[in-house]
Design a protein around this ligand. Structure first.
Ligand SMILES: CC(C)(COP(=O)(O)OP(=O)(O)OC[C@H]1O[C@@H](n2cnc3c(N)ncnc32)[C@H](O)[C@@H]1OP(=O)(O)O)[C@@H](O)C(=O)NCCC(=O)NCCS
Length: 181
């Protein structure tokens, strides 16, 4: 799906663009996710686990743009990729009432209101689609993410103990949240 470009005002006064990821920015997208994964333990992978080629990343961007069941929104600040979010609408008779969301921003762009602007767009997209339940997961200790999700009406409905095991051996639990539209 294609997201119609939108300008947003950040808390520091800058303007950012929300738009679908561009195929020609595949390398930038890959750099972004590797960097983001090195800045927090709350994302699924370590940077070195993103050992995919630019061609594979291009294919992923093309899929995001053309799939009728996925909406990806990338935030650009001063032409640089600041973050990305996605909503995936589930298929199948038994699960098409649900959609899952994911989001990641580079540390330089945390706390500027980008996550909030993205969530407003993801919720609007889910409502337009007729989705009944939005869902997501976050890792214990990710208080900024939890605050954002609760602000937009998500509630913790279950938890998975020991879902992450960090390189230093620390186990972290994962919380699963739902928002009913
Ligand atoms: C989590 C994340 C998506 C939030 O996006 P963001 O753009 O920083 O969020 P916003 O600026 O829109 O909002 C942050 C809110 O959290 C609050 N906040 C900031 N730090 C906080 C903390 N330590 N504890 C609780 N709330 C906090 C802010 O005050 C703000 O609240 P408000 O909107 O009520 O004023 C972003 O920080 C990020 O990508 N983090 C790293 C990757 C990640 O954790 N992804 C999510 C995986 S589940």
């Amino acid at each position: 799906m294609i997201f119609t470009e939108k300008q947003i005002k950040l808390k520091d006064g800058r303007t950012a663009a929300l738009k679908s990821p561009c195929v020609e920015d595949a390398q930038k997208m890959l750099n972004f996710i590797k960097k983001a994964c090195g800045e927090t333990n709350f994302l699924l992978r370590y940077p070195e686990e993103w050992n995919i080629s630019v061609e594979q990343e291009e294919a992923w961007v093309k899929r995001i743009r053309t799939s009728p069941d996925t909406l990806g929104i990338t935030c650009y600040v001063d032409g640089q990729v600041a973050g990305n979010c996605e909503i995936s609408f589930m298929g199948g008779i038994k699960t098409s009432h649900r959609a899952s969301v994911a989001i990641a921003l580079l540390k330089d762009y945390w706390n500027l209101g980008i996550g909030s602007a993205m969530f407003e767009e993801l919720i609007a997209a889910a409502k337009a689609r007729g989705t009944e339940i939005m869902e997501l997961e976050f890792i214990e200790g990710n208080d900024r993410a939890r605050h954002l999700y609760e602000k937009y009406g998500f509630k913790v409905v279950s938890e998975k103990p020991n879902a992450f095991k960090l390189k230093d051996g620390t186990y972290l639990k994962e919380f699963y949240m739902q928002k009913y539209l």
